[in-house]
Design a protein around this ligand. Structure first.
Ligand code: GDP
Ligand code: ZN
Length: 318
């Protein structure tokens, strides 16, 4: 039977089958052996429920159209897919936050998914309209033309409707952003009710803080579905060169004019990027951020290739 993973709680996918039933599942042994395929929220899967009435067995995971990937936060050199098969990534960023460096990283990861990207500028009720406009233009200037930036606040239902319009019926969106930016509040407003599902997946972590532990999909009233991405601490990039180039399209454009094709913009002669920084066309912090993300991504790519080679050698010598 075919279905879609709508929640993931400690590795156990909850699958909504085509006829509407929801079934807690495990991965079939054949899949576990392959090691790399783990169903994630949004995945389309085939489920076998012949021998166990309580748990279904996920026997295959369909190829993904889009995926949100980060480096596995454990030390292993592996990617972790946080969500799959969505049309839009919404990055939530508060208007009261000036953490532009984090937003840059989030945009890299969002662009890398291959889906459309939007930014929700949250908690607009906490600032004056002028301050809101400043924040809006700041974000607008650092995103591609095609990226809608939507100022929202939970007390302003018209603003929620703007966001809702980006998630038409039968489409899927992913909501990402640092803890505390207002993601759960947005999801509740979009769902139109204080959904039990969001409440369900909340639990106390070891330090007594109230955190959300599971990723799950929620129906948007008069719209599609949204995947809340709680508790994602640290977004290590995974082969994110394309995402970086899109998030820093301004720098990439100037780099075309550098004297050396492989210029690293680290003080080489004839560097057009440094020239743009020197006369104020690119803020120095933005170039530093680009270089930091580029270097981190290159390091990660190198390490994962080394670890791939090492495990291939291990297999040959066995
Ligand atoms: P999450 O960790 O990203 O899911 O954030 P929450 O939805 O739990 O919100 C974090 C805090 O911000 C809570 O205290 C919310 O009440 C508050 N909050 C969320 N959205 C808004 C908003 O639009 N305006 C204001 N003033 N506070 C908000
Ligand atoms: Zn250069």
């Amino acid at each position: 039977m075919k279905g879609r993973v709508i929640q993931l709680d400690r590795g156990f996918p909850l699958v909504r089958l085509e006829q509407g039933d929801e079934l807690r599942c495990q991965h079939a042994t054949s899949l576990v052996k392959q090691h790399t395929v783990r169903a994630t929220v949004g995945d389309l899967v085939d489920v076998d429920m012949s021998d166990d009435v309580d748990y279904g067995q996920i026997v295959s995971v369909y190829p993904r159209t889009t995926q949100l990937v980060r480096r596995d936060p454990s030390e292993r050199e592996l990617p972790q897919v946080l969500a799959a098969n969505f049309d839009l990534v919404i990055v939530a960023h508060t208007v009261v936050d000036d953490n532009i460096r984090l937003l840059e990283r989030e945009l890299v990861v969002a662009y890398e998914t291959g889906a459309h990207v939007a930014v929700a500028l949250t908690k607009c009720d906490l600032v004056s309209p002028d301050e809101r406009d400043v924040a809006y233009h700041l974000v607008k200037n650092m995103t591609a033309e095609s990226v809608p930036v939507i100022p929202v606040s939970v007390s302003d239902s018209a603003s929620i409707d703007h966001l809702r319009a980006l998630i038409p019926p039968s489409s899927y969106a992913v909501l990402m952003g640092r803890s505390g930016v207002g993601k759960s509040s947005l999801v509740n407003e979009l769902a139109g009710t204080d959904t039990q599902r969001t409440a369900d997946v909340r639990a106390y972590d070891g330090k007594g803080r109230h955190t959300t532990v599971a990723r799950s999909m929620v129906s948007v009233a008069n719209g599609g579905s949204i995947i809340d991405m709680p508790g994602v601490r640290g977004l290590g990039m995974w082969n994110a060169e394309d995402g970086i180039n899109r998030a820093f399209a301004d720098i990439v454009a100037y780099a075309q004019e550098c004297r050396f094709r492989d210029c690293r913009h680290g003080g080489e002669p004839g560097c057009a990027v440094r020239a743009a920084v020197d006369d104020g066309r690119i803020p120095i912090e933005r170039l530093e951020s680009y270089i930091r993300l580029r270097d981190e991504n290159e390091q990660q790519t190198r390490r994962s290739e080394e670890s791939k080679r090492a495990s291939a050698r291990g297999r040959r010598s066995r």
